[in-house]
Structures are given as structure tokens and as C-alpha cells.
Write a new protein. Structure first.
Length: 277
């Protein structure tokens, strides 16, 4: 059992929790909590860490068991990224995706990383993509991933300056979707959007100057939605890539929706149309 916060493994765990560069160099990220840990694909697990009290509790539990390095409770609290540590941490290998994965063209790829398609979807490979431009809030990104999976999206494309998907707060917010939904960061977002269009994807941007309401368009073929920064929206050069500008009608005095909420509205409209196809 590790009883000191000066232990080399503990120092490395803290680096991986706090520093994106450390995660990039090691090619791993941290997952915390038994619920999230239970969703990790076995082949991607590097190592488990459990608190002393969790180890004792799981001996008398009939739930999922995790076996790994045991940390004294005070040490586990020191490395935890949450105010109320749940007793389980895992170091997990990253999975690298390509644009073909986002499009569903890669060998063996399918909606939700091999999961069964949602009831009513006739073509689970028909691309349904979310494109994020400079999104900065960890909670928004995690919520978008969780919602994208639920709505039947096939992948997420992100500009390089978006918040790090491997940020512990983002990972928690995805509720496991990060293990199943293909995603790709790109240094040239407009250029990558043009690749989507060349593949036959219709690109839509929610915009105040949108001609049609979002539910007046037809999303039954391959489609992608552009979602911008929380404060500034889409950059002009990204908006210019859209084939269609659409609007989300709103009542009251609200001028815009939260980025994750707007993305949810658009993605579930795709799901509705495809279920009723």
C-alpha cells in the first residue's frame, strides 16, 4: 500500500491529472470513479489505483471489482480531482481516430464504436457529425459528447484550440461516451470541413442570419453541424464553410442558447428525422 504523497507513482498521477502535456507525452489519461472505470475497454487499461477504504468495501460487495495499487485514503484524496473521492482511478491508453472513423468508412467502424445502433435508424453508417470551433468549457464538451452518443451522432470533429477532451472534468462529463464515440482534433478546421463536403456531407451552421429554422431542413443524408465558442460563436472563416445557415427559433428575450444545449437541439432533430424516415 502506498502511504506517502512523495511516492513517484503518486507524483506521476498528479502530473497526468493536471497537465495536458504530460498526458500527451504519455499517451494516456485518467478516469476516476467506479462507474466510469467499469466502462473502460479492457485492452486500454494501463493500471488501476484504489483507496484503502474502497478495497475493504468491495470485498463485501457484489458489484464490479477493481484490483490494482492500493493507496491510503489520505493519499488517494491527494491525487483525486474530485471533492468527494470515489475510491477508484485508472490510467487509460488513448485511442487515435481518423477522419474515416468519423465518417464511418474505416474498416470495422460503426456508430458508437461498435455499439448497436439506436432503434429506428435504418443506416447507422450515414454520417451525423458535430464540428466544434474553439469550444472552451469542459462541462460543455463533456455534455456534448454524452448527448452526441445518445442522439446517434457518428463522430465529433474539434479545432485544435478546443478544450482538451482528456481534461478530467471533460472525461467525467462524458459519462463513458468518450470510449465509444470517434473524435478528431484538427489543426485546419476549414480545410477538414471541406473534406467532409467532398465526401458528400451537407454542412449546417446555427446562425442568427439563418434563412430556415433548424427543423425545416432535411438531415436524412450525411450532415454536419458547426458549433462555436461559448462567448464569440463561430469564427467567420468557419461559418463561411457552411452550405446552409440555420436558426433555432426562440421566444422571450434570450439571444442565444448554451453551446451544449444548441448542439443537443440540432442532433436530436437528426435522430427524429432518421427514425421517421
Amino acid at each position: 500500500m502506498i502511504t506517502s504523497t512523495s511516492n513517484a507513482q503518486i507524483k506521476e498521477l498528479i502530473r497526468l491529472q493536471r497537465k495536458g502535456r504530460a498526458r500527451d507525452e504519455a499517451g494516456v489519461f485518467i478516469v476516476e470513479g467506479p462507474r466510469m472505470a467499469a466502462e473502460i475497454p479492457p485492452e486500454r487499461i494501463v493500471k488501476f489505483y484504489v483507496s484503502e477504504s474502497y478495497m475493504k468495501k468491495q470485498h463485501s460487495s457484489t458489484g464490479h471489482s477493481f484490483h490494482g495499487e492500493v493507496l491510503a485514503d489520505a493519499v488517494f484524496a491527494h491525487v483525486s480531482d474530485t471533492k468527494t473521492p470515489q475510491g477508484v482511478q485508472a490510467v487509460v491508453k488513448r485511442k487515435e481516430y481518423t477522419l474515416d472513423d468519423i465518417l464511418g468508412n474505416a474498416e470495422g467502424s460503426s456508430i458508437h464504436g461498435g455499439q448497436k445502433p439506436l432503434d429506428g435508424y435504418e443506416n447507422p453508417r450515414n454520417p451525423h457529425i458535430l464540428v466544434l470551433d474553439n469550444l472552451q468549457d469542459p462541462g460543455n464538451l463533456g455534455t456534448i459528447f454524452r448527448t452526441a452518443e445518445a442522439a446517434g451522432a457518428t463522430g465529433v470533429l474539434l479545432s485544435r484550440d478546443c478544450v482538451d477532451i482528456y481534461n478530467p472534468k471533460v472525461i467525467r462529463s462524458t459519462m463513458g461516451a468518450v470510449f465509444r464515440l470517434p473524435f478528431l482534433y484538427t489543426d485546419d478546421l476549414p480545410g477538414t470541413i471541406e473534406e467532409l463536403k467532398a465526401a458528400g456531407i451537407q454542412v449546417y451552421a446555427a446562425h442568427l442570419e439563418g434563412e430556415n429554422a433548424y427543423d425545416e431542413e432535411d438531415y436524412r443524408s450525411g450532415c454536419a453541424f458547426l458549433v462555436g465558442n461559448e462567448g464569440n460563436g463561430l469564427r467567420n472563416e468557419v461559418t463561411a464553410c457552411a452550405d446552409h445557415l440555420i436558426r433555432i427559433p426562440m421566444q422571450g428575450k434570450a439571444e442565444s442558447l448554451n453551446a451544449a444545449v444548441a448542439a443537443s437541439v440540432l442532433m436530436f432533430e437528426v435522430g427524429r428525422q432518421r427514425r421517421n424516415k
